[in-house]
Design a protein around this ligand. Structure first.
Ligand code: ZN
Length: 362
């Protein structure tokens, strides 16, 4: 039996005690599936939860499991009785790793991203921190050959960013992005690309602040993009800081951090009739909204909750944005050769040195 290198969550322990980089058998694609030879894969916030054995994720994990769900690669082979007029061996692809049932109410009404029976590869079944991964054919997305693997490796996350922006207005609007991790950084780039009027970015880590500032400097965005260090500041102080530059208030807030104070800040600085798109997941499942009456009801705002990517509208939209010139080369700022460096990559990701930690496998 042929072997491959893979990264597995092997027990409930946190850190390197709970994750092993080891040789396992190359999986066999089943009927309806393709086996993909992974070219590049990157670490997502969910993988950090798995690595740290956070209780919120442990109960969903099928241990031992190969984790990872962001990748690109080439079709290596097809499962038995599996033919496609659309895909052939060698095709350059990425994949939606939420496998949906196709039969529930949500799937049948065009909302597969909230399927009641979603299975996630890299959580419920083996994922892509490996040299090969098997994926249902219907989940594959064909890529243009000129899309660099280090970018194509994180389309899943880019899809979260594009989905966060999909329902709201950006062009000509004052946009607030709460959190400058990888998805916040993508939201910032997309907002700039879609010609937002002013962009405000709040961030609490020194690393995030300096990466955001570097982006503003490199892209010559001073006077258009404002970076706000929220460390040791309360929402009244931050509100004042934004209000001085933008007295009309924020039209559109994109909440990526999941922090209670950030969610409240977003609601507070929205102008009347504004919109907020909520992607970030709080550490605890309950949060307090400090002024529901004034910040939510009386302002007549619209809230959108975002999960996953619309299948497959979001995928086509992000590929179109990339083809139209959306710049993302600053996002994969830590690139490693091979999964043997997984622990180093995870450490860079956890300590915010990496916006995206990408492993090139060939
Ligand atoms: Zn379904």
């Amino acid at each position: 039996m042929e072997k491959m290198i893979a990264v597995l969550k092997v027990n409930n322990e946190a850190g390197e005690k709970g994750t092993e980089i080891k040789e396992v058998e190359i999986p066999k694609p089943r009927e309806g599936e393709a086996l993909i030879k992974v070219k590049a894969t990157s670490i997502c916030g969910t993988d950090r939860h798995i690595f740290k054995a956070d209780p919120s994720i442990l109960k969903s994990l099928k241990i031992p499991v190969i984790y990872g769900h962001e990748f690109c690669g080439n079709i290596f082979s097809f499962g038995p009785n599996t033919k496609s007029n659309f895909f052939k061996e060698g095709d350059y692809v990425s994949a939606e790793m939420h496998v949906v049932c196709g039969y529930c109410y949500q799937c049948r009404t065009g909302r597969g991203h909230i399927c009641e029976n979603t299975k996630i590869l890299g959580i419920h079944e083996d994922g892509c921190f490996a040299e090969y991964v098997r994926v249902p054919l219907s989940n594959l997305v064909k890529l243009k050959e000129n899309l660099k693997p280090e970018i194509a490796s994180f389309l899943d996350a880019l899809g979260n960013a594009v989905h966060t922006i999909q329902p709201v207005k950006i062009s000509g609007k004052n946009v607030l992005i709460l959190g400058y991790g990888p998805i916040g950084a993508m939201c910032a780039s997309i907002s700039e690309f879609l010609k937002a009027k002013k962009i405000f970015i709040t961030e609490i880590t020194d690393e995030g602040i300096s990466m955001a500032k570097k982006w503003v400097k490199d892209e010559d965005l001073e006077g258009k993009v404002y970076i706000i260090d929220v460390k040791n500041k309360n929402n009244d102080e931050i509100y004042k800081q934004i209000y001085e530059i933008c007295p009309e208030g924020i039209d559109t807030a994109l909440e990526i951090s999941g922090a209670e104070s950030a969610i409240n800040l977003g609601l507070k600085v929205l102008r009347r009739g504004g919109e907020i798109s909520l992607l970030g997941i709080p550490a605890k499942s309950n949060i307090n909204i400090s002024d529901y009456t004034n910040d939510v009801i009386f302002k007549g705002i619209t809230l959108y909750s975002i999960i996953g990517r619309r299948m497959f509208e979001t995928w086509f939209q992000m590929l179109d944005l990339i083809e139209s010139g959306l710049k993302l080369s600053h996002i994969p700022n830590k690139i490693y050769k091979g999964l043997e460096n997984f622990f180093e990559g995870m450490d860079d990701f956890i300590s915010h040195r990496a916006l995206k930690a990408v492993f090139l496998l060939e």
